[in-house]
Design a protein around this ligand. Structure first.
Ligand code: F6P
Length: 551
């Protein structure tokens, strides 16, 4: 047994979970008229309603005991103080410094990192103003109207999600595009609609070695140079880099004066607050980017300063642990009833699954408890007409997060009321279901009776007790989005601390990269130094045969 599963608080939760299986959310609400007040918490205009969870006051008490026993408060302090909590990479974890808006220092290795952070922000601001005012022109003197971000993973998902979410705040004049996949279709289709003379490329890569990004960047550069009559000098006017690796940026042919730096203490999936957020600032204007940082900073302060009992990321993290480790849930759905957030789940997938998809603890010992769940989701109401059937009547327990704004950024007739009615209805239907008796009475009202009624009845029952959190805010804004993203970052952190894993490395992505590099020559017809496994060999042979047929 690990020290976690052997701990008193874990054992108490395991015993308590036995009781939870017989609870009914209807009964819990009936027994406590103030359940909503007791099981909700506020951060500014953001409300977290966690009353529709299979949890009692005792559950929360035991989960908070676990958090204290695992020293969530101590780890939180170590993170923001720049201690090297990413031990397997020997790095500090300081995305909070990127949005640190106070005048106080943040020290790593005895050095205050804030002057450098502010210097990069100032350069980003200046660059944004040059581009957005069209003072900085392309090689042929044209206005730069289109920005293409070339990056993948954390160098794509966060900025892309934010640009999509805050598009209603964008001022006309500049379009932002994202290319991530090495599939040629991604770059080819994006470039097809663009005029090279008016296009600025942002090559975003922490390492500047990522195969997909380097391949896309090289092809984009060739496209540009060809359209500029072979003049390599055009690259300096049309390419900027965002990276931690100046040497590789230089080797690629981008002058470091066209590079925006960041630091090894910024994890890729936590990097949208750094210069990786440049496309956000170009799209929305630098002031909006700063509002995003302000919102995240406010959530950082809430996370650091609020007692655990009322601490939103802590509560969300603990409820996730409750379902994952004690009630057998293996996935978690994120369902924004806010179309602006249609890429939110995609960003959270990397944030959560790359952080907590681990099966060894900090010391490298195999864990004996489940860790990070599969995170997935789509915006409502679309999901209702796709996978909600399984949420309501399937055999899996899938806790859900619903996110909704009280008012729309783009009001139109009664659309938003209908959206909110659906959000409220779905959370209630999941929680309270429809009993056999209610379904029977409904069928009877519809004129069914006897065998016909009995045959249909089981299909019409909704078991309920399907848990959800609701996150309700006034209206999406850069500030509110910043705080929502930071909320999830800290939730993931809390869970990593409980599970005693390093949430800030990602060794699990390496093997596939190594194998791809080894296999690549075979696709160009070269013999491999070592024969691949039987399946890979068979698949390669089939690719070759299909290509021969095509030729
Ligand atoms: O910014 P880079 O170095 O190109 O990395 C892109 C992404 O690749 C990963 O390393 C995973 O392969 C992510 O962690 C990262 O966000």
């Amino acid at each position: 047994m690990s020290s976690l599963t052997a701990s008193a608080s874990w054992q108490a939760l395991a015993a308590h979970a036995g009781l939870a299986r017989s609870w009914s959310l209807r009964d819990l609400f009936a027994a406590d008229k103030s359940r909503f007040e007791r099981f909700s918490c506020r951060f500014e205009d953001l409300l977290l309603d966690y009353s529709k969870h299979l949890a009692t006051g005792e559950t929360l008490r035991l989960l908070l005991d676990l958090a204290r026993e695992r020293d969530v408060e101590g780890w939180r302090q170590r993170m923001v103080a720049g201690r090297k909590i990413n031990a397997s990479e020997g790095r500090a974890v300081l995305h909070t410094a990127l949005r640190h808006r106070a005048a106080t220092p943040v020290v790593v290795d005895g050095r205050d990192v804030m002057p450098e952070v502010r210097a990069v922000l100032a350069r980003m601001k200046e660059f944004c103003e040059e581009i957005r005012s069209f003072r900085r022109k392309g090689f042929t003197g044209q206005n730069l109207t289109d920005v293409v971000n070339i990056g993948i993973g954390g160098s794509d998902l966060g900025p892309r999600m934010v640009c999509e979410a805050l598009a209603p705040f964008a001022e006309p004049g500049h379009r932002v595009h994202f290319v991530s996949n090495v599939d040629p279709g991604d770059l080819v289709r994006t470039l097809a609609g663009l005029d090279a003379e008016r296009t600025l490329f942002v090559v975003a890569s922490k390492t500047f070695t990522t195969q997909e990004t380097m391949t896309n960047a090289a092809s984009a550069r060739a496209w540009l140079v060809e359209r500029m009559g072979g003049q390599e000098a055009a690259v300096a006017r049309h390419f900027v880099a965002v990276s931690t690796n100046e040497e590789k940026v230089r080797a690629f042919g981008i002058d470091p004066k066209n590079m925006f730096g960041f630091w090894d203490w910024v994890g890729g999936r936590y990097s949208l607050w750094s210069a990786i957020g440049l496309p956000i600032a170009l799209h929305l204007g630098f002031a909006r980017f700063e509002e995003l940082l302000d919102g995240a900073h406010a959530m950082d302060r809430h996370f650091q300063e609020t007692p655990l009992e009322r601490n939103m990321p802590v509560l969300m993290g603990l409820l996730g642990v409750w379902y994952t480790d004690f009630l057998g849930a293996s996935s978690h759905a994120v369902l924004p009833y806010d179309q602006n957030l249609h890429r939110f789940a995609a960003h959270l997938q990397q944030l959560d699954m790359e952080s907590n998809g681990k099966s060894v603890d900090r010391a490298g010992r195999a864990v004996d408890y489940p860790t990070g769940p599969v995170v997935w989701g789509e915006p409502g109401t679309n999901g209702q007409h796709a996978f909600f059937q399984l949420l309501h009547q399937g055999t899996s327990l899938i806790p859900c997060d619903f996110l909704a704004a009280a008012s729309s950024l783009t009001p139109l007739g009664d659309h938003h009321d209908k959206l909110l009615a659906n959000f409220l209805a779905q959370t209630a239907a999941l929680a309270f279901g429809k009993s056999r008796e209610e379904a029977r009475a409904e069928l009877a009202r519809q004129g069914l009776a006897g065998e016909a009624l009995e045959a249909l009845l089981p299909h019409k029952v909704f078991p309920g007790n399907r848990p959800s959190s609701s996150l309700l805010y006034e209206k999406l804004s850069p500030y509110r989005l910043g705080s929502l993203i930071a909320l999830y970052e800290h939730k993931v952190f809390v869970q990593g601390v409980i599970w005693n894993i390093n949430s800030f490395d990602q060794w699990g992505v390496e093997l596939g990269k190594q194998l791809a590099a080894r296999i690549l020559p075979a696709l160009a017809g070269e013999a491999l130094p070592e024969p691949p496994d039987g399946s890979t060999a068979g698949l390669l042979a089939h690719v070759a045969a299909l290509r021969r047929e095509e030729a």
